[in-house]
Write a protein that binds this ligand. Sequence first.
Ligand SMILES: Cc1ncc(COP(=O)(O)O)c(C=O)c1O
Length: 401
Amino acid sequence: MTTQETIDVFERYVIANYTRQRIVAVRGEGSYLWDAEGKRYLDLFPGWGVDGIGHCHPRVVEAVREQASKLLHVANVPFYIEQQGRLAQLIVEHSFEGQCFFCNSGAEANEAAIKLARRYAAAQAAEGVSPVRFKVITAYNSFHGRTLTTVAATAQPKYHAGFYPLPPGFVHVPFNDADVVAKVADGETCAVLVEPIQGEGGVNVPDDDYLPKLRQICDERGILLILDEVQTGVGRTGKWFGHQQWGVEPDIMTLAKALGGGMAIGAIEAKPHVAKHLVPGSHASTFGGNPMACAGGIATFEAIEEEGLLANAQRIGEQIKARAAAMARKVGFIREVRGMGCMIGIELGRPGADIVNACTQQGLLINCTHDTVLRMLPSMACTVAEIDEGMDILEGVLTAV
Ligand SMILES: Cc1ncc(COP(=O)(O)O)c(C=O)c1O
């Protein structure tokens, strides 16, 4: 099909809820993507963070291919699924003592975490340990997903518009301010839910004492700390999980995006005393933890380990930041460069949408979030030359506008 033919089909049959450009993606390899007209793009925002180790990583492709020839899908009842168990083991062994539940997306993972926190609180109340608690504190400029409950958790009015009434029980506070959490948390609060680094909200890195202070407040008051690692997880920041940057363990961690190396998968990991409250009948997912998605996840962990991609993610972050800082000396409207590893934001003193479009024209894919923040979530396997190629294009665009 030509590009126009595909667009024609979309215009007739697909709901227009995304702002698409006239590009039909047909093939990906590592840091590069090709469209239906054969144009090649350097993709420094692969799959919106899903292709965390690059497009079609050979290890993931092989694992999925092999799995597809054996078993595509079975339900979680009545079966054990070997690949699901192995992926859970890899997540736990690289994070903290806990157990996992699998679903299919970041929103579902957060939904499961919120349900689990309320169920844990209900059990505590039933045992007379605490009063009934249900409130979840979240941060302004957070992003937790598009289901009604995760929209309510997402403290950005633009995502609420038109969807009222939203599920109650969410309290929104400024990000990076633990003192306000201490003030707002009351006897009805069951959890605090934050991203270790806010992604969609503008790549906001908190002060070093923020997560440790949240941990302390939660411990003192018997509140669960839920960390949304949908974007920061699975190596993105240069450590396996974002919370490890600050040495703070959550009670529940949520994952998705890069976890499957391109396969659709989400997960939560919860500390054992919390996890035990998801009993049969309390929560489930038909597709969750299927052998295909988990095979992709296992291959992703193996690739990161064997190819030294955590160290490479750190190096990429330093390279991008150094190049962006040098650009800031030439381009007057770069306000700040921030982020960690393969999660970098360049805050501009002007809107960034036209810059992203100009980059796309020149064969570079990046994103703009929060109107003014250019965001890159490059593959952890990017080379020095690829990052230089991308930053050369970006510099050309920034100095020409
Ligand atoms: C931090 C965070 N949480 C949750 C989500 C929602 O994930 P999904 O789109 O897979 O539902 C996203 C998506 O961008 C995210 O960045």
